[in-house]
Ligand binder design. Structure first.
Ligand SMILES: [Mn+2]
Length: 316
């Protein structure tokens, strides 16, 4: 009896040969999954350039024919998209590769025989970055078991441990949250081993800087607790809304909506994330949001702040 462990690609509107046949102008999501996906494409030499859009899915900022780990802002994009976010339009001009698993894993499945074998541990970092290390391919775990070793800290307050695959993705994500995804990509590309990456001083400094900013932000954040969810407002140029929503969700076991008033970006984490996105927030004009189960992100126009807040309060 066999048991299918390959559960990745669900929609495949392009052939592998097409993808390998030219060099693409790529735009990718500025997070660990997006960066690793782009690294996979770079490692097999199919990229002519790489950019990170300011707005999720905005292909109009730069010439682009390959989009990774994002849903284009509209259906007129006419390149290729490799992605796992929900709600791609049925009518679309782009060709899609789609699955339920992180984009890094979709890229791995397409190109696995071409990726440098000694650097396959990088694939795991993208998958862990989207919170799904259970999807790391077994052959990668066999080759790099240290991905599941734990880093153990003895802090002043409590002791905690973190898997090295998570530690690595948080180093990459820290750089991205400080609005420096290009630097994150360069450091990942440069690292030859997982230990190189974990020891990278530039990335370690980013984590420290982010920690400092976060504690400043947390001292000033506004928190409202409702029956179903917790609503939080923060103000910072860094992308901290996702981290803060996640950590409060973990502590309180409630869905958390966190709005960064300075950037207009918000994150929702928790079981009701998609419900809030589709049933509550999408009803407000001037607000965009999307994501996957338990993880939603979005943006509001500054002028829509009061409408947004009113709608959230109604359904908190
Ligand atoms: Mn992703």
């Amino acid at each position: 009896m066999t048991c299918e462990t390959n559960m990745g690609i669900q929609i495949l509107e392009v052939t592998k040969e097409d993808l390998l046949s030219m060099k693409w102008r790529c735009m990718t999501h500025a997070d660990a999954d997006g960066i690793v996906s782009a690294w996979i494409c770079k490692s097999i030499d199919i990229l002519s350039r790489l950019k990170f859009p300011k707005e999720f899915g905005d292909y109009k900022e730069e010439p682009c024919d390959l989009m990774l780990d994002m849903r284009p802002i509209d259906n007129k994009f006419n390149g290729i998209v490799i992605d796992h976010h929900l709600d791609h339009p049925k009518e679309r001009q782009y060709r899609l590769v789609w699955g339920y698993v992180p984009t890094s894993l979709l890229c791995y499945e397409l190109f696995k025989d071409k990726i440098p074998e000694d650097e396959l541990w990088k694939v795991a970092i993208g998958i862990a970055g989207d919170g799904q290390p259970e999807h790391i391919p077994l052959e990668i775990i066999n080759k790099f078991p240290e991905l599941f070793y734990s880093d153990i800290y003895f802090g002043w307050k409590d002791e905690y441990s973190i898997l090295l695959c998570f530690r690595a993705s948080s180093l990459i994500n820290a750089c991205c949250r400080l609005n420096n995804p290009t630097q994150a990509f360069t450091r990942l590309d440069k690292a030859k081993t997982l230990m190189d990456l974990l020891d990278d001083q530039v990335l370690k400094n980013s984590i420290e800087e982010l920690r400092r900013l976060r504690s400043q932000v947390e001292k000033k954040m506004k928190v409202i607790r409702g029956a179903r969810a917790i609503y939080i407002e923060i103000e910072t140029p860094a992308k901290l809304e996702g981290v803060i929503a996640q950590s409060i969700m973990d502590k309180k076991d409630m869905t958390v909506i966190c709005l960064n008033k300075e950037t207009g970006n918000f994150s929702i984490r928790g079981y009701l994330a998609l419900w809030y996105c589709k049933e509550v927030i999408s009803q407000v004009e001037g607000v965009t949001c999307g994501g996957h189960a338990k993880f939603v992100g979005g943006k509001i126009m500054p002028s829509k702040y009061f409408n947004f807040r009113k709608q959230i309060m109604k359904f908190l």
